[in-house]
Design a protein around this ligand. Structure first.
Ligand code: FMN
Length: 195
């Protein structure tokens, strides 16, 4: 499979097989399966067990609510994300405790929950695509995001369809192998050479 991670060291199959898909089939995700994914996210680790992650979702069949999510995405994401079975707006609570002190780990923990969610999804043959390409101001307004919360990303979820269902340049991207930096560029023993 072109998208399978070609790793130097052995990692579990879920990590190898997760990739950011764009060709989503018409098949919906059942509530039971969707809530299985949220349950997985829910058991991620978080700083002081704050669990700052919040998920607002709409299914394609929800019509206007789903369209509203699509309308918040950047133009490059809309053509394929509109075919997702589910769109999720991921929101982090950025403060904690009764005194609303800043939670510096909020976005980290939101990402950790998303990583957990997406690995669970991979085990169920559900593919996801995270999107930082969206209009933040519009999204906050449309979804009434209050003080103390910040939008992280949108996530598209669904079952795979053929890459042929995509227009270019998305089809080529769907058929291109995944790449990574060399491990030596990101891992350092004793002394970092970050510059
Ligand atoms: C926080 C975040 C934001 C992203 N935003 C977008 C996006 O707006 N549009 C897009 O096509 N892909 C987006 N991606 C997907 C990345 O481009 C993708 O994860 C990366 O190229 C590695 O590919 P892989 O996930 O298939 O391994 C985003 C991924 C993350 C984690």
């Amino acid at each position: 499979m072109i998208k399978e991670a070609k790793t130097k060291y052995p990692v579990i199959d879920l990590i190898k097989n997760r990739w950011s898909a764009r060709a989503f089939s018409k098949k919906g995700i059942s509530d039971n399966d969707l809530y299985t994914l949220f349950e997985a996210a829910h058991w991620a680790a978080s700083s002081s067990n704050e669990q700052p992650w919040r998920y607002i979702y709409a299914k394609r069949e929800d019509g206007a609510a789903f369209e509203k999510m699509v309308s918040c995405l950047m133009a490059g994401n809309q053509p394929w994300a509109k075919n997702a079975a589910v769109l999720i707006l991921c929101v982090a609570r950025t403060v904690s405790g009764p005194d609303n002190r800043p939670n510096a780990a909020a976005m980290h923990d939101m990402g950790l929950a998303n990583a957990t969610l997406i690995l669970q999804a991979t085990s169920m043959n559900i593919y996801g695509h995270m999107m930082g390409g969206y209009d933040k101001a519009k999204t906050k307004k449309e979804f009434d995001i209050p003080e103390g919360y910040d939008t992280a990303i949108f996530m598209a979820l669904g079952y795979l369809d053929s890459p042929d269902t995509l227009e270019e340049p998305f089809k080529t991207r769907e058929l291109t192998a995944r790449t990574r930096k060399d491990l030596s560029e990101i891992v350092f023993h004793k002394e970092a050479k970050l510059a």
